[in-house]
Write a protein that binds this ligand. Structure first.
Ligand SMILES: [Zn+2]
Ligand SMILES: [Zn+2]
Length: 404
């Protein structure tokens, strides 16, 4: 494969010539070789909202970039250093001599630099893994430091002015006294709630600012929402130097697709606002027609620590928000630990049943436990199983729904 080194960013150390990297700890460019540190001052005066209607033809804010695709999961990353091997941050697999392709892409308008360092991230990970009593014992060794990746994840943000016309029926409750005959043939009175419906309509105007939409397909929107929020008031001008020493994923969701997702979220918020306007005690037949204007968008990249590891042939991901340190992820559940816990519980139940059976026998001279005892025990066992299973679902279940 032909290497094109010209688009690899070089930022040599003025004191020793080694490549400088961006340090999350120092929030500065640093040299790992001689310890040189250079403060980076990043403003926010160049963060521009782009015209959404020009997105398809925009050549002013797009550049040609060299991308590497993961051979296993297809994640596309920009790598800012020359390397024969790339370990994929999303699935943990090693790619030797990854193939590079050139694509025209929107340049990020803004970035939130990493604040959480590798050491902080790995400490949080160890703590988090240790918290689960159901996690297999060998997991701690498996989640090694080299599986921890600091990756800038692509996002779109959208602004839109909306004007909505809504109509429907508002409902007001009132009560009537009714005479009813009960099963014994006696007549008595009771209060019955009824609803009076009346037509209502109106308009609703709202400006939506910075609706944040994930532009990656490697992480489901639901997964990343586990480490929300990102503090977007701290977004600074995009500066390629900040990426030195870090990976950055390239967006796969284009601006149009991202807007469709943003529009769903906006529509939901409009609908619930209109429902509030329509409703008296209740409402029905709400219909909303919305016009969208002044749509703008921008491309942001936000910091995320990802630990992707394989356990029993399944990929697990653990995430840390690189700005705030907020943690979320999935842990494998040890089959043996769960089985042992269930067996131990059943044993305990058996002992209790035997004891209470003996007590009953000594009290009443009966040879079998009464009916209540096994019934109570049964429901306790099934509720434990339910907890274990739902717990497993929470940790193991694949989240792939886009929403929220
Ligand atoms: Zn140096
Ligand atoms: Zn991969």
């Amino acid at each position: 494969m032909e290497r094109e080194l010209d688009d690899i960013l070089h930022c040599p150390c003025p004191s020793c010539g080694a490549q400088l990297q961006y340090s999350a700890e120092k929030e500065a460019m640093t040299c790992n070789h001689c310890g040189y540190t250079e403060k980076l001052t990043l403003g926010n005066d160049r963060i521009e909202e782009l015209d959404f209607n020009r997105a398809r033809t925009d050549t002013e804010h797009t550049v040609e970039r060299r991308l590497f695709s993961c051979q296993r999961c297809g994640a596309k990353t920009v790598v800012n250093y020359d390397t024969p091997t790339i370990s994929c941050g999303f699935c943990g697999s090693q790619n030797v001599n990854p193939e590079a392709t050139k694509t025209r892409l929107f340049e990020p308008q803004g970035i939130v630099p990493f604040r959480i360092s590798r050491n902080q991230a790995s400490e949080s990970f160890k703590k988090w893994i240790g918290q689960s009593i159901w996690a297999p014992n060998d997991l701690k060794n498996l989640a090694r430091l080299d599986t921890l990746h600091g990756i800038y994840i692509p996002f779109w943000t959208y602004d839109v002015q909306t004007h909505s016309e809504w109509e429907g029926d508002a409902g007001t409750y009132y009560y009537e006294t009714e005479r009813v005959r009960d099963p014994n043939g006696n007549v008595r009175t009771q209060q019955v709630r009824r609803t009076r419906w009346w037509y209502r309509n109106g308009t609703y105007d709202q400006f939506f600012d910075d609706v944040l939409i994930l532009a990656s397909r490697q992480l489901p929107q639901q997964t990343i929402q586990g480490v929300y929020p990102f503090l977007l008031d701290q977004v600074v001008n995009y500066e390629p130097k900040v990426l030195l020493g870090w990976e950055s994923e390239v967006y796969k969701v284009d601006p149009q697709e991202g807007f469709a997702v943003a529009k769903q979220q906006v529509d939901q918020r409009i609908e619930s606002a209109c429902a509030d306007l329509l409703s008296d005690d209740t409402y029905r037949n709400l219909s909303v027609r919305t016009q969208y204007a002044n749509q703008t968008f921008k491309h942001l990249i936000l910091p995320l620590w990802i630990c992707a590891y394989q356990y029993n042939g399944k990929t697990y991901q653990f995430l840390i928000n690189g700005q705030t340190g907020s943690i979320d992820g999935k842990r494998p559940v040890s089959f043996w630990k769960v089985l042992l816990a269930v067996l131990a519980f059943l044993m305990l139940v058996f002992v209790l049943v035997t004891i209470s059976g003996k007590k009953k026998r000594s009290n009443y001279g009966m040879t079998v436990p009464t009916m209540e005892t096994p019934v109570v025990v049964k429901s306790t066992v099934s509720s434990l199983k339910f907890d274990v299973v739902s717990g497993m679902k929470k940790w193991v279940g694949e989240g792939s729904t886009v929403g929220g």
